[in-house]
Design a protein around this ligand. Sequence first.
Ligand code: TA6
Length: 312
Amino acid sequence: MEESVSALTIDQLNETFGVEGRVSFKSSDGGLPVADITASEGQATIYPHGGHVATFQPTGEDPVLWMSGKSHFESGKPIRGGIPVCWPWFGPHPTDSEKPAHGFARTSEWTVVGSDVTSDGEVVLRLELRQEDVNPAWSFPFSLILEVTVGRSLSGALTTRNLGDAPMSITEALHSYFTVSDVSNVEVQGLENTIYEDALDDDARRTQQGPIRFAAETDRVYVDTEGECRIVDPGLNRVIRVSKQGSRSTVVWNPWTDKSIRMPDFGDDEFHGMLCVETANARGDAVTIQPGQSHRARVTIRVEGIRRDSPR
Ligand code: TA6
């Protein structure tokens, strides 16, 4: 079903986009509308607030996306976990420190514009953010569409269309938070020999030697890379595969102790059980979109068992 609507009630959302046994909308504890997605081989929840995929769990698997027990679920504040949409800038605003970190998309109210069920039981939900939905001080003529496909895997495709008459430059991230057994006991493969900028050392550029392991705060923007990342987690006996298209940066982040304590919406000890591997176009990988043109960044997340020949 394709219909552009905005600020619908829960009943209207269910009437327009609900699908029996597959897509239903309800009011979450904090009062925000949320879509419950039940595909044939996986479940997810998606908030129009921020265009935010909050949870994903393939049938028979442990939850894949992580959510802080202290996350806000209220308008004007980002949700801490799942897949925040960082857009139209990643990190601090390049010139105006008054503007919110990671852009305005993740704290804006998106509009549900479509829902589908495919022949093999995958569920698609489409949401849109447009210029008229955001603070006029921050906006320019754009359309931002998030298309989420839920099944055994989850994919999120973020399409920016430039509706103006001048080129538009953006940085962005699908800032995915993953559940791990113990971040000290996992490794990230797929970024070996890739150059990264170390956000904890004045963006010093270094080359990744071997898999990434974690023993302290880690905040790295790997640039000029289109590779798949694998989070190898012996504790949960699984590998989370994060593949992507239309993204040239991958951000790897764990706040560790001190930064966790500084974040009010993040439990002091929660860092042990989470890891961010983010599908981005950040720093020098900014994207310029010509008038009338569009750009799509897409992440696909899937889980598999650990093969016997995987290290650790
Ligand atoms: O993606 C890593 C990062 O840029 C870190 O520097 C940290 O700030 C994280 O994003 C979370 O940012 P937030 O604004 O959501 O607290």
